[in-house]
Design a protein around this ligand. Sequence first.
Ligand SMILES: NC(=O)c1ccc[n+]([C@@H]2O[C@H](COP(=O)([O-])OP(=O)(O)OC[C@H]3O[C@@H](n4cnc5c(N)ncnc54)[C@H](OP(=O)(O)O)[C@@H]3O)[C@@H](O)[C@H]2O)c1
Length: 239
Amino acid sequence: MHKIIIVSGASKGLGFGITERLLSKGWMVAGFSRKTNKKVIDLKKKYKKKFIFELMDIKNYSRYEKFLDKIKKKGSIYGLINNAGTVNEDLLVRQNDKHIKNLLEINLLAPILFTKKVIKYMMINSSGRIVNISSIVAKSGYKGTVAYSSTKSGLEGMTRALSRELGGKNITVNSIAPGYMKTDLTKNMNPKKLAQIIRRTPLKRAGDIKDIIGIVEFLLNKEASYISGQSILVDGGLT
Ligand SMILES: NC(=O)c1ccc[n+]([C@@H]2O[C@H](COP(=O)([O-])OP(=O)(O)OC[C@H]3O[C@@H](n4cnc5c(N)ncnc54)[C@H](OP(=O)(O)O)[C@@H]3O)[C@@H](O)[C@H]2O)c1
């Protein structure tokens, strides 16, 4: 029976990179996002049997069961990478309430509700790995990211509490907190702000999704079976 890793937000950026790497290492991957693209279609052609991709908005809670029903027929659910996320930067005093609520829903509420559904299957198997993609701002904060930082700190709280609930079932729960990486999420960042981040980073460069993918892969492997409740900060030494 194949062990399946679920990746939310698998269509681009970090989620796509994780999906591509896990497939190349022989894992079966079930990914979802709201939209698809050529890279996803090409990956589907390359890994016909091992890659399941669904169009699903993580806010569409009533779709979860259908998605999980489909994938559990193909194997056993072993891993969950809570990666899907969005950003909306503004000073809190003027940030639109709708944007704040949307951030909280996509980045925190939905991952908690989705994880709740997924862990049922991991608990039956008495094994599993959950990796939550947090952010450096969960620890450091950053001007203009009050709502976003709150969602990522929340995700890290979820990581610690859930690791205590699931340890007895041989399920580990960890988060990875990347610093800045060049993806669609950050494409509108002010170049001056980026230059300032690089200047202050001891390793003198921006992050790359490859800096994170290897850690996700490691956390899924046997060698990581005694690591749980942790947040691994990957920021070139910035903090
Ligand atoms: N880039 C950075 O510098 C950075 C730094 C720290 C942490 N992170 C975190 O890393 C994770 C991945 O970010 P990224 O940089 O790879 O961003 P990205 O390139 O914008 O990719 C985000 C992914 O999430 C999906 N997604 C967004 N909203 C969704 C929704 N409502 N339902 C389902 N899927 C949704 C997107 O697909 P669709 O739009 O098609 O739905 C896409 O596949 C996020 O959690 C982000 O907060 C990023």
